[in-house]
Design a protein around this ligand. Structure first.
Ligand code: SF4
Length: 349
């Protein structure tokens, strides 16, 4: 394992930000009530990661409080990052969670430093900031407060209903800085959702969280993605999905076909081969050896979704360069009243 044999002064230049030093590992143990997960607490050396490309509002950053995710989505594109730690992209990713225990302290130090103009920060670009571990470690409130004090706009993407815990704080922060919240809800079939995303909150509870975000006076996007070929791309499923998203009061929506990048590809296709071998030829046609659905499929899917977008009065949502996360509203934007009808929007790609 890469961490073995390292000393207090050793720095691994290939390691992920915050995991360079073996000496930073504090504790690791199985934790009752967390489905057999182990939390590996580390002292991170950095909290902010620069987003490649131009970013948003002149500079964009990400923060990932955790590595690995108990939500355990079979299609998760972050799986491969666990292999950088010499942990596997499958069961280890789902159950051996790296926690940046000193994240808030490091973030405050970085924000106070003279070097960086941190205008926009995205949470949820790699792993879920409101995954189960957050219930135990409560890192997000400190992160949000630190960013708000600094004046940085905040963008959150999550499947975690734990987000509701922080809604009063987010509503207060949104008076001072732009806040963008997006719930990821892709599967509107309970049995399938439990199979494909076995550690996530139910679709119903995520839709209720969308409602709660709106009731807190904040906009809420829904990322209805990934759409799974042969499983969630039927007309009936998509109609149900967009109707439920609109009914929950989402202010915008975005949809996209499944990506099968290395790491996610092996894990997802292994599950598909086991559970739905009849669909393997379809995936062969749609993806070949590539990570992305072929253009013909994407166009077919777009045509299937377009009428639903019209029916539910949906229109484009702005996303941030580098990550595709929903962009925060401009600083001058007034927060909508929850009594107003949702001005919903959607982007398809
Ligand atoms: S919630 Fe997000 S980060 Fe967590 S396993 Fe699912 S796709 Fe990956």
């Amino acid at each position: 394992m890469r961490w073995e044999g390292q000393t207090a002064t050793h720095v691994d230049v290939d390691a992920l930000p915050g995991l360079e030093e073996r000496a930073s590992v504090l504790e690791s143990w199985p934790t009752p009530g967390f489905d057999g997960a182990s939390f590996l607490e580390i002292t991170a050396r950095s909290a902010l990661n620069r987003v490649p490309g131009d970013g948003f509002m002149g500079g964009s950053w990400t923060i990932n409080p955790y590595r690995g995710c108990q939500h355990a989505c079979r299609y998760c594109f972050a799986r491969n990052t666990h292999t950088y730690l010499d942990l596997d992209a499958g069961a280890d990713f789902d159950s051996r969670i790296v926690v940046k225990a000193n994240l808030v302290e490091v973030l405050e130090r970085e924000l106070a430093g003279p070097r960086r103009a941190v205008d926009a920060v995205q949470l949820g670009t790699n792993t879920d900031p409101y995954q189960r571990a957050e219930g135990r470690y409560r890192l997000m409130p400190g992160v949000l407060r630190a960013l708000a004090r600094h004046g940085a706009s905040i963008s959150i993407l999550t499947k975690g209903t734990l987000l509701r815990r922080d809604l009063p704080l987010l509503a207060a922060i949104a008076r001072d800085v732009p806040v963008s919240i997006a719930m990821s809800i892709a599967i509107f079939d309970d049995a399938l959702q439990q199979e494909v995303e076995p550690g996530t909150p139910t679709t119903r509870s995520r839709l209720e969280t969308v409602r709660a975000v709106r009731e807190a006076g904040l906009d809420c996007a829904v990322f209805a993605m990934p759409i799974l070929p042969g499983l969630t791309d039927t007309r009936e499923h998509l109609e149900r999905a967009f109707a439920a998203i609109a009914d929950a009061g989402a202010t915008s929506a975005i949809a996209s076909a499944l990506h099968l990048r290395p790491g996610a590809r092996e894990w997802y296709l292994a599950w598909l081969r086991e559970s739905r071998p009849d669909l393997m030829p379809l995936y062969g046609r749609v993806y070949g050896r590539g990570a992305y659905a072929k253009r013909e499929y994407r166009e077919w899917l777009r045509e299937r979704i377009r009428p639903l977008v019209r029916e539910h009065r949906l229109a484009p949502v702005r996303t941030m360069a580098g990550t595709g996360l929903a962009a925060p509203p401009p600083r001058a934007t007034q927060l909508p009243s929850t009594s107003e009808p949702a001005a919903a929007s959607a982007t398809l790609f």
